[in-house]
Structures are given as C-alpha cells and as structure tokens.
Design a protein around this ligand. Structure first.
Ligand SMILES: Nc1ncnc2c1ncn2[C@@H]1O[C@H](COP(=O)(O)OP(=O)(O)O)[C@@H](O)[C@H]1O
Ligand SMILES: [Mg+2]
Length: 291
C-alpha cells in the first residue's frame, strides 16, 4: 500500500491494493508483486501490474456485451485532481472501478484438463464432481467447457473446489445459475478469439459482484496470465503438460531449488525475473496486437 495517497486503504491482496474513493468507487492499483504456490514472492517483476491492468481493460471492452463490468476509468489523466501528484505510482497500473458487494465464489471455467482438475480426473474420473468420459489425457480438451466454482480461502491456503450444488447453497440457486451462464459465455468468446491468435485458454477464473442496482457485474481482472492458463497452440500436445505462458518459469525455478512451499519465501534471480517479465509482455502483445 502507498500511505502517501490521500485515500483510505481498503484491502491489500497478493497483487492489487484497493483504496476507497467514495461510497461507490474504488481505486484499484495493480502492483508488480508476483505470487506462486499462493505465496507472494519477495522479488517484484517490473511492469507486471501495468501489463495485467492493460490486458484486463482490453478484455473488459471486448466482452462488455456479454456482461457489464466494474470499470469506470482507466485513463490516468481523467482521474480526480487529488490523485494527479501520484502519476509516477498510479499511471498505467490503476483503475477506478465500481465498488460492489462481492459474490463469494471464484467462478472457474475449464476448457481443458490441467491442474487440480487433472488430479481429480485421475483419481475419480470427475472434475469438481462432474463425471467425464474415460480416456482423457493430461491437457485434453474437455467435451464442453465446465463451470467449476471454488471458494476463496484465507491467504496462504489453496482455493477449495466445490460442486455446483454447494455453490448454489453459498450464493443461492438463481445467482449460481447466472454465474455459470455468464462465465461460460465469457470463456467461449475469449477462447475463440485467443485461438485465432494461436493461444489456447486452458482455464480461467472470474469474480463477480452486485452493483448498487443489484445487478451482477464482472469485477477484478479478466483473462490475464495471473487468472488464466494460456498455452501456445503450436506446442500443444495432449498427454503432455504444456508450459503455460506466464509464471511457469517462476514455478520451475522454485521447484528446481526444491523449496518446501513454506515461509520464508525465496527471492528470484535476475534472469528469472527478466524471463517472467518477457512472458507477460509477450502474451499481452499476442492477445492485443499492441506493443
Ligand atoms: N469492483 C470491486 N469491488 C470490490 N472488490 C473488488 C473489486 N474488484 C476486485 N475486488 C477485489 O480486490 C482484490 C484484488 O486484489 P488481488 O491482489 O487480486 O487479491 P487476492 O490476493 O485476494 O486475489 C480481490 O480480493 C478482489 O475480490
Ligand atoms: Mg486476485
């Protein structure tokens, strides 16, 4: 958090810091912090927050016909006058967004088998309790995209997958149904677009909230390398775990030094930081067509 800002801090997450702007508005600042295995690493990745912010804005505009989102302002020049002295800190990495009442479900959509989905499939031939055909491999495309909600757990522990029935109990059946419908529609639209650019969106996570009219809107970040698994179409080969176009090199480094995934969290060598920065930049350029 930046305690020189003339705003009340609301929340500091793994990546973003939130400040109160008014009863209805939040300033959301994406830092250069990077997390792996649910821990924030002590080494930042320069410009990562700017890349995530720009990529989210790109998708928010592209997908707003499917569902409205929380974005109000992204151009720093149009931010309130009392924030203008903080250009250095805020420009490019901050958004003014609608404050919502958060819906307490992580809306995950999976188009391909990976991560915890692949583990569950191997053990029970299901993903989040949904039965699947036999014979799928690591990274196989699923017969159709699946909505596999999770609950957000305390910092440091993994999110917990829940069945759709549990999600209905947590948020109510009508909200659960809407989240599922909108999540799948968002995934399908983005996955189709990305595929034309040579990128497979294996899975992704959304967050939603109720705005002051009681409408469900999309919040947080969307289709960024922090919230999605991106694979290169060219290198895709079911049966083999594809390298994801994001923090794979960070994870590989941490696995390589045999970190036991308990604090203290190790820092990253300069070349891993540079490599990661390049990956984030690369995926941004591929998806948006912009430098
Ligand atoms: N429009 C919004 N209103 C309220 N909270 C939001 C909004 N958009 C995002 N958030 C919350 O802000 C936080 C974003 O910071 P992040 O670093 O991603 O946190 P986390 O470590 O919890 O994932 C998340 O907790 C997210 O739910
Ligand atoms: Mg987050």
């Amino acid at each position: 958090m930046n305690n020189k800002l003339p705003l009340t801090p609301l929340y500091s997450g793994k990546v973003r810091d939130l400040y109160r702007l008014s009863d209805k508005e939040i300033l959301m600042v994406a830092s250069d912090r990077i997390s792996a295995f649910d821990y924030i690493l002590p080494t930042p990745v320069p410009d990562k927050g700017k890349i995530l912010t720009r990529l989210s804005v790109f998708w928010f505009h592209k997908l707003e016909k499917i569902i409205p989102n929380h974005l109000l302002l992204s151009d720093f020049d149009s931010f309130p006058a009392n924030l203008q002295p903080f250009r250095e800190y805020l420009d490019g990495r901050s958004l003014i967004v609608k404050k919502v009442k958060k819906i307490k479900i992580e809306a995950v959509v999976r188009g391909y088998l990976a991560g915890s989905g692949w583990k569950e499939y191997q053990a029970k031939r299901t993903v989040c309790g949904i039965p699947l055909p036999a014979g799928l491999e690591m990274a196989s495309q699923l017969p159709e995209p699946l909505f596999t909600p999770a609950t957000k757990e305390e910092a440091g522990s993994h999110d917990r997958n829940v069945t759709f029935a549990e999600a209905e109990q947590i948020v109510g059946p009508e909200t659960a149904r809407r989240l599922k419908e909108k999540s799948i529609a968002l995934y399908q639209a983005a996955a189709e677009y990305a595929l034309q650019k040579g990128v497979i969106i294996a899975d992704t996570k959304f967050e939603f909230g109720f705005d002051d009219q009681g409408e469900i809107i999309l919040i947080d970040e969307i289709f960024t390398p922090d919230s999605s698994r991106f694979w290169e179409k060219e290198k895709y080969c079911p049966g083999q775990e594809p390298d994801s176009l994001d923090k794979q090199c960070v994870r590989n480094y941490l696995l390589g030094i045999k970190w036991d995934k308990n604090p203290p969290v190790p820092g990253l060598p300069a070349e891993v930081v540079a490599n990661t920065r390049e990956k984030y930049q690369q995926i941004y350029e591929i998806l948006t067509g912009k430098k």
